[in-house]
Write a protein that binds this ligand. Structure first.
Ligand code: UDP
Ligand code: MG
Length: 316
């Protein structure tokens, strides 16, 4: 029977740690699934890591990593993946919004031979309208760029050891876990789950954070925005040809007096397009710069004792 590692990114989740560890542990013990829990405290400013350490002293199966600062959920997921020693590894939120019972379902599918088991949201749970609209637009764009329905995907997944190793061997520092698990291929299937209410505390996302997340992930995964620039350019050339001919005709017919409005509008539109295009190119340039510097994805300040001695696939 293969061991399942459960990676749990946790940022300021001190109220949730104990309950989450207990809930998941109870379910898996009942199903007699061997497991380990790998909590990754993503630079939490509260007692999250203290809680993890305390649990870890009582239970060998509970492990933890503490980042030196907040590096984001993506980094936390990858740190967890590299510390995990199981034959399969799942990723689940710390706030129990992903029902732990689904882990059992995922594990059974893994036993049947599936290598990537995607958690698919059958309902998105309660979200405010603003969030819904924004995620609707973001996932709409992402889905069409990536030719797969991203709206229902989440970071709730179970991956076979082979897939985890494949993901860890990618040497890009800006990762998008949700999409990369599709990208690597392998034998995959899906499991539906209902998003639950958050157990304690508030969602860690701010609106600015979400916008940044959307832009970062789109550009780290696809160069489509760059191609879009060329398309906009082509459309504008067609448009300018038509307008150019009209302008010349007017000139030769001697009726080319008015037209200030057109000139101003054109200046504004073209100016806007150029600035946005430069912005997009600049953004990619920045991403290249970041990748070239080759900084680590995260810095670990501390680990629980049972991880220090273990030292599995840890890259850092
Ligand atoms: N999280 C993290 N680092 C961050 C933000 C969030 O590790 O910078 C974790 C958080 O502790 C939780 C999961 O990612 O376990 C999902 O976060 P949250 O519940 O705030 O997001 P939502 O469910 O609203 O999308
Ligand atoms: Mg949540």
């Amino acid at each position: 029977m293969g061991t399942m590692s459960i990676v749990i990114p946790s940022y300021n989740e001190e109220e949730n740690i104990v309950n989450t560890a207990k809930t998941i542990g109870d379910i898996l013990r009942e199903e007699q699934i061997p497991y380990e829990l790998v909590f990754v405290s993503d630079g939490s400013k509260d007692g999250t890591f203290d809680m993890i350490e305390k649990l870890s002293e009582e239970d060998e199966r509970i492990k933890g990593i503490q980042f030196s600062r907040n590096f984001g959920k993506e980094a936390a997921i990858f740190a967890g993946l590299s510390a995990a020693s199981g034959d399969c590894v799942s990723v689940i939120d710390c706030d129990l919004q992903h029902p732990p019972k689904t882990l059992v379902e995922m594990y059974r599918l893994w036993e049947e031979g599936y290598e990537v088991i995607e958690g698919i949201k059958s309902s998105r749970g309660r979200e405010n309208i603003f969030y819904k609209m924004f995620s609707g637009i973001f996932y709409g764009i992402m889905s069409s760029l990536m030719k797969m329905d991203m709206n229902a995907t989440s970071d709730f997944k179970l991956l076979d050891r082979k897939v985890v190793d494949a993901l860890l061997s990618l040497n890009e520092s800006n990762t998008f876990f949700r999409a990369l698990s599709f990208w690597v291929g392998f034998r995959s299937t899906q499991v539906e789950y209902d998003v639950q209410e958050r157990a304690h505390g508030k969602s860690k996302w701010s609106f600015g954070g979400l916008v940044r997340y959307a832009i970062t992930n789109t550009t780290s995964f696809t160069t489509a925005p760059l191609k879009l620039i060329a398309i906009v350019g082509a459309v504008m050339i067609v448009f300018s040809l038509i307008l150019g001919i009209q302008t010349l005709v007017n000139y030769f017919l001697d009726i080319a007096v008015e037209g200030f409005t057109t000139v101003i509008l054109l200046l504004l539109i073209i100016g806007g397009c150029i600035m946005i295009s430069l912005g997009i190119i600049g953004h990619y340039l920045g991403r290249i710069y970041e990748e070239v510097k080759g900084r680590p994805r995260f810095i670990i300040r501390n680990r629980t004792k049972n991880l220090k001695s273990g030292g599995h696939h840890d890259s850092i």
